[in-house]
Design a protein around this ligand. Structure first.
Ligand code: PMV
Length: 323
């Protein structure tokens, strides 16, 4: 009975992926750069079994049905296609962080699932192939496969759109202090959100300027230049949220407490603290800083009104097999 357990970290995008040029294959309209989040992880076991009538999926101990199961099953179809197998699988997954609230749980989930399922199916994929496979489950999952600071290249198609590490975790001791302002499921998931990106008149300008922002961000990461990183990371997050807010229908992921945190971060930076904010498709605010400053930043965040919890993560490694 071929079984494999794999673990992967979520990642926080410094330069965001928002919008696909091919929805089914999850081919993005722009490249993106992220950092893996150490300490937070999805851990997934896949067991293929002859005679199972259908795939089964449990998340944090609860049996899943409907859309969640279908998404996993569709992903397993891709793995079965590569492995020339028709065996169904039992998938068990655990997250050690809140699901569905802007801490990219789908990224960690599909990176761990890609590694566990491909290994259990007898495939031996190299990192590049594994990253491209993870992309089919959730675009940003391709960035949770390689270690540390990661860039997802646009590519020309399915065969070359995947992520590579641009610097290992030990390159730069950064931390992400996640100010959790809501831990519930978000109203519009990112898959539906990507499909709306093109309806915003601002998306064209965001995409046209992406190569420039990627360049600034890559250079800031490689040169460990926090001031330059802060400027481009906040700009990129604001641009993506401007697109979201101006798509039709409009998507507002921010809550009042999100803005409270963003404004406080701006004030702290003007007062000399090395911090910046970025938000994915959810209300929680990711506050980046030097790892040495994380305890102080996290204590300040915890005092702001509306902040329920602060999770702190350093720079994480690659997706890995654990059993
Ligand atoms: O991978 P998805 O489909 O969940 O999209 C992620 C989109 C953002 O988190 C908002 C941005 C990003 O690049 O991670």
């Amino acid at each position: 009975m071929p079984t494999c357990t794999a673990a992967a970290h979520p990642n926080i995008a410094f330069i965001k992926y928002w919008g696909n040029r091919h929805e089914g294959l999850r081919l993005p309209v722009n490249g993106s750069i992220s950092m893996n989040l150490a300490g937070l992880e999805a851990r997934t076991t896949v067991r293929f079994e002859a005679g199972l009538p259908q795939d089964a999926f449990t998340l944090n101990g609860a049996a899943q049905s409907g859309a969640a199961l279908e998404r996993v099953s569709r992903f397993l179809d891709v793995v079965r296609g590569l492995a020339h197998s028709d065996q169904r699988a039992a998938v068990e997954s655990q997250n050690n962080f809140p699901t569905g609230a802007g801490i990219a749980s789908s990224a960690a989930a599909f990176a761990a699932l890609a590694l566990a399922a491909s290994t259990a199916a007898g495939l031996e994929l190299d990192e590049a192939a594994l990253s491209r496979l993870a992309r089919r489950g959730s675009g940003s999952a391709c960035r949770s496969v390689p270690a540390g600071f990661v860039e997802w290249h646009l590519g020309t198609g399915d065969g070359d759109s995947g992520a590579v590490s641009i610097a290992p975790p030990e390159h730069w001791a950064l931390a992400d202090c996640v100010a959790v302002v809501a831990a519930g499921e978000k109203p519009v998931g990112s898959t539906a959100g990507h499909a709306l990106a093109g309806s915003s008149p601002l998306q064209g300008a965001r995409v046209a300027d992406a190569a420039r922002r990627l360049d600034l961000c890559r250079r800031a990461v490689l040169g460990r230049d926090f001031a330059a990183l802060a400027e481009v990371v906040e700009l990129d997050s604001n641009m993506m949220h401007a697109v979201m807010m101006t798509s039709q229908p409009a998507l507002f992921y921010w809550q009042p407490a999100s803005l409270t945190v963003m404004q406080a971060v701006g004030e702290w930076r003007r007062a000399g603290l090395g911090v910046c904010y970025t938000l994915d498709a959810g209300p929680n605010v990711h506050v980046l800083c030097a790892a040495a400053e994380a305890p102080a930043v996290s204590a300040r965040l915890a005092e702001l009104p509306g902040v329920r919890q602060v999770l702190t993560a350093g720079v994480g490694g690659a997706a890995r097999r654990v059993a």
